[in-house]
Design a protein around this ligand. Structure first.
Ligand code: ZN
Length: 420
């Protein structure tokens, strides 16, 4: 995953343009079934419109001696995203209105965008800005905004036994930022590879699109079929340090909300579950009241709560291989819990069935999780009246899901439980 992030890091992505195409082409090497869609600029998408396609070749600010004092070739973050083309001489004061820096973090380049308001600008280290003392500077942004261009997004469908879907979505519009959101792309790609190798109850749909406008476009094109989505996650910020954060869907008590909370409870890493908030990533669109999809957001430390966020310090050394690996394991555990969340019926519900006669009375290897195997069997038999899922049992009996999965298999094998 880290190697994939390292390969994608230098690409100048935005919400449209060749950077997204190049990124999806790399993802396609890992996921050959990935479909790439082009949606023309000007296409309506719910209350929005697909913007003109933006591409950039070069950008710089030169001093009187002709030296590049700000140089896009040195870092993609040096240009305000969606900057309109410009070329000319500007006074120091005029230029200053187009500069963005962080006085509190003078060594970092900030990430700034102006997608929906025509503007141009440069982002730079505050130290660098303080050294701009000449009267006039030559400015060039060699960019294009093409009204006959398009927006690009990728979609991968892994069909399952059922048409019911699990949606996994991540944004792919940030240039040269690693945790936000190359880590989400890397985890999603490797999760898709793992799911592709195994039998699936659910159909899994992965969407790789630009933030906000990408999910709006996707929703506008799938209005008739979004009802198939039973569970969903936005994957983002999964490579940095810090514990996990799960932000609940707008529904708050959807199966995905309960499943992620239980998996995190059993997972062994630090975590926090937070309530719905109408700000954040693409869950804002998926959970808008008209759709109200059961889609939560899984991250590590949330946006805006770590110093490297949206700066040049969100780089390849900030995202550690062991951290993305742990995030991948967590997403795999969530999918496994969704796959195995059946509702069972006790086939011997009149009095307790005699477990000893069926070879179930002694431990079958459950003890190491700290829960008593016998109690797990009794809880499952007691609650499996055909109305409670394993999720319900795990919550009510406060038992690990993995242990319940094993116990359900054992009881099913003994002819005592039947999945509905
Ligand atoms: Zn971001």
């Amino acid at each position: 995953m880290h190697a994939l992030m390292a390969r994608l890091f230098p690409i100048c992505r935005s919400i449209t343009g060749n950077g997204v195409r190049e990124t999806l082409a790399v993802l396609r090497e890992y996921l050959p079934a990935l479909q790439v869609h082009e949606v023309p600029s000007g296409t309506p998408a719910l209350d929005w419109t697909v913007p003109a396609e933006w591409n950039i070749r070069d950008a710089w600010v030169k001093n009187a001696a002709g030296e590049r004092v700000i140089d896009f070739q040195q870092h993609n973050l040096h240009v305000l995203q969606y900057s309109t083309p410009v070329h000319g001489w500007f006074s120091r004061r005029e230029l200053d209105e187009h500069l963005f820096s962080l006085p509190e973090q003078p060594d970092l380049i900030p990430y700034r965008t102006s997608y929906y308001q025509a503007s141009w600008g440069f982002c730079l280290r505050h130290h660098q800005r303080e050294q701009l003392r000449e009267e006039h500077y030559e400015v060039c942004i060699d960019s294009t905004l093409d009204a006959s261009g398009s927006l690009t997004y990728g979609e991968l469908v892994l069909p399952g036994a059922s048409e019911e879907e699990v949606l996994l979505s991540c944004h792919c519009c940030h240039p040269s930022l690693a945790n936000d959101n190359l880590s989400g792309l890397a985890v999603a790609v490797f999760l898709a590879q793992a799911l592709a190798r195994q039998p699936r109850r659910y159909t899994y749909r992965f969407v790789f699109g630009p933030g906000t406008i990408g999910s709006l476009v996707w929703l506008s094109r799938h209005r008739e079929t979004v009802g198939r989505i039973r569970h969903g996650l936005v994957l983002t910020l999964l490579g940095g340090p810090g514990g996990f954060t799960y932000k609940q869907s707008r529904r708050a008590t959807a199966d995905i909300d309960r499943t992620v909370a239980l998996v995190l409870r059993d997972f062994g890493a630090e975590y926090e579950v937070r309530p719905w908030l109408p700000y954040g990533y693409d869950e804002r669109q998926y959970c808008s009241p008209g759709f109200n999809l059961p889609v939560g957001c899984l991250s590590r430390t949330p946006f805006g709560e770590f110093a490297e966020y949206h700066t040049s310090a969100d780089n390849l050394s900030f995202v550690r291989p062991e951290q993305v690996a742990e995030s991948l394991r967590l997403t795999e555990a969530v999918c496994e819990a969704l796959e195995r969340n059946h509702t069972y019926r006790n086939l011997s519900p009149y009095g307790e069935p005699q477990l000893g006669r069926r070879g179930l009375y002694k431990g079958v290897g459950g003890g190491q999780e700290g829960a008593d195997w016998q109690m797990v069997l009794l809880w499952l038999l007691s609650l499996s009246d055909g109305s409670k899922s394993l999720l319900d049992v795990a919550e009510q009996a406060n038992l690990p899901l993995a242990l319940l999965h094993r116990a359900a298999s054992a009881l099913e094998g003994a002819g005592l439980l039947q999945p509905l």
